[in-house]
Design a binder for this molecule. Structure first.
Ligand code: ZN
Length: 133
């Protein structure tokens, strides 16, 4: 697990932040997607080989809304690409990491995702993601 897939940034207003990051990066988001189950609307930018994901809450109970209330806008998670998410979950649990959802969920950008609790990773929310074929 050594390949960063994307960095997720929590934002208050996706439309405004899309414009900001489009002028910052010189490219428009290639995808805008709502993940209703997570209460989040996302956009993705390609930068070199990695991606930037912007996340706006679509309801006040979502994890992104709570994050922004607590910490404000900013870097929310780092996502690593994995080939076998199920074996990585087992490996990381054995290493003592707290997996937030033991059953991978369908996330944005056609991925199966799980998150590690920041309390077990020095305060950084870590996402594992595997492309759905
Ligand atoms: Zn992500």
């Amino acid at each position: 697990m050594d390949k960063i897939e994307h960095i997720g940034i929590a934002v208050k207003n996706l439309e405004k932040s899309n414009q900001l990051f489009a002028s910052l990066l010189g490219t428009a988001p290639y995808k805008i997607e709502e993940v209703a189950l997570e209460g989040v609307k996302t956009s993705f930018f390609k930068t070199d080989s990695k991606k930037i994901e912007l996340l706006e809450a679509t309801n006040p109970e979502s994890a992104i809304a709570k994050f922004i209330t607590k910490k404000g806008e900013g870097i929310h998670h780092i996502a690593f690409a994995v080939d076998d998410i199920y074996s990585e979950i087992k490996r990381l649990q054995k290493e003592g990491f707290t997996v937030l959802n033991e059953v991978p969920k369908k996330g944005a950008d056609n991925k199966l995702v799980v998150f590690l609790h920041p309390k077990s990773t020095n305060g950084v929310l870590i996402e594992l993601c595997q492309e759905i074929n």
